[in-house]
Design a protein around this ligand. Structure first.
Ligand code: ZN
Length: 430
């Protein structure tokens, strides 16, 4: 395939604008909210949409019925909407079956969900696999509600249809793949996960003639990743590196969670780019986002998880406070930059063979000292050459050398290019 023509990647402000635009859509694990989300993403990067019919077996699961909703409310005796889906789609429990009834507050109460410890906030709740209905409301609103009666209406449909997911592929010179996966099943929550989507789009836009083929997956959490894996089971081993991208826009530090393998190149690349800044690295656990599917033992793909503050780690998590103001353009830019730097390591990591391994080769004679004249990091560049020469015995990659020497990967990679140009090392096959 022809390389894609380079796109100008979105900047932080444009990523934030995309979050604001996607935020109001009522997404769930199926339905038109996901389709509209993919359509909007598709304005920035080409998206191939897959529709998988209700009832299709996918690994140990079955694609569920499709859920769509048009309106929902609880009206007080004066006809005022005290709980209104049109004001925020968080007000309806995701996958609520339709209801049209009149009931007292006491009858309604069992269907109302609040956050007593955060009384001004509306919680986010779903009930995908148990047929029920409900409303989410702030504890303050509930406290102000009289005995009723209330007119209760949820105009939803739960019917045979499809599960929808989207993919964007940037072909590389190798058919080996880097997989980047974002969940797109949450309604009006910004950090979780429209910020992750926006960063993924910008990341995709910035890829020019990559070595690896990059596959971006925008799918509903759990069932979407399981569906993708079921449909790509025999080619999943093309994935050589990957990560899920979520909670990418809050103002907290970055957290990287290792893949199940624990020492995959993607794990080491992220740890390397994070080591000189405030961050957290966590070991794998079978919870969190869709890394738990990609890292299930049958697949065991080298897929980690990149977030800023991880799931459930901030008070705004899964509440109406996770709105577009909770995420910042600067934080998304920082997440994007971190991803780019880790991918740059994966793109340029390789093993070299020292062709002059008996004693140190004379660098001055080859102009390799002179070429560094005047640089403030001359000492570092020199050390990088000595390390590359010493460890390029066929067993060590450039990332191994960066880790062992404590030098930045960029310095090691630059030294490798200089030594290659001088004919002192040669590249070994992958
Ligand atoms: Zn979530």
């Amino acid at each position: 395939m022809k390389p894609m023509k380079p796109m100008k990647p979105m900047n932080g402000q444009e990523m934030h604008d995309l979050v604001r635009r996607l935020y109001p859509l009522c997404r769930s694990i199926t339905g038109d909210g996901v389709r509209q989300t993919l359509e909007i993403i598709g304005e920035s990067i080409p998206i191939q949409v897959s529709e998988v019919a209700t009832g299709t077996p996918v690994l140990d699961w079955i694609v569920p019925r499709e859920w769509n909703i048009r309106d929902a409310y609880v009206k007080d005796p004066h006809g005022a909407r005290v709980i209104d889906f049109q004001a925020s789609n968080l007000h309806v429990v995701g996958y609520s079956v339709p209801v049209s009834a009149t009931m007292t507050l006491d009858e309604l109460r069992g269907h109302l969900h609040t956050l007593p410890d955060q009384p001004s906030l509306v919680p986010y709740r779903t009930s995908y696999y148990a047929e029920t209905w409900g409303f989410c409301v702030s504890a303050d609103t509930l406290a102000a509600m009289g005995p009723g009666p209330y007119e209760v209406m949820i105009d939803s449909t739960l019917a045979d249809g499809h599960l929808t997911y989207g993919e964007h592929v940037v072909p590389g010179e190798s058919s080996d793949e880097v997989l980047i996966s974002c969940h797109v099943c949450h309604p009006s929550l910004a950090n979780d996960n429209m910020a992750g989507v926006a960063v993924a789009v910008a990341l995709a836009q910035g890829l020019v003639d990559p070595h690896y083929t990059y596959r971006f997956i925008f799918a509903p959490g759990t069932i979407g990743a399981i569906t993708w894996l079921a449909r790509n089971r025999d080619r999943a081993d093309r994935v050589k590196h990957g990560f899920t991208l979520a909670c990418a826009g809050d103002r907290g530090d970055i957290t990287y969670k290792r893949s199940r393998r624990g020492d995959a190149p993607v794990d080491r690349a992220f740890e390397h780019v994070l080591k000189d800044r405030a961050h957290t690295v966590l070991d794998f656990s079978p919870y969190g986002y869709d890394e738990r599917q990609y890292c299930s033992p049958g697949f065991n793909l080298p897929v980690g998880s990149l977030t800023r503050t991880p799931y459930a780690g901030y008070p705004e998590y899964h509440t109406s406070a996770d709105d577009p103001d909770f995420v910042s353009a600067e934080a998304m830019e920082d997440t994007l930059d971190t991803c780019r730097r880790a991918l740059q390591i994966l793109e340029s990591d390789r093993r070299l063979q020292n062709l002059s391994p008996y004693g140190e080769p004379q660098l001055g004679r080859r102009g390799l000292y002179g070429s560094l004249g005047g640089r403030s990091d001359t000492k570092q560049a020199q050390m990088a050459m000595l390390w590359v020469l010493n460890l390029s015995d066929g067993d060590h990659s450039l990332l191994d050398i960066a880790e062992r020497s404590g030098l930045p990967f960029d310095a090691v990679a630059e030294a490798a290019v200089a030594l290659q140009t001088a004919g002192l090392v040669k590249e070994l096959p992958e």
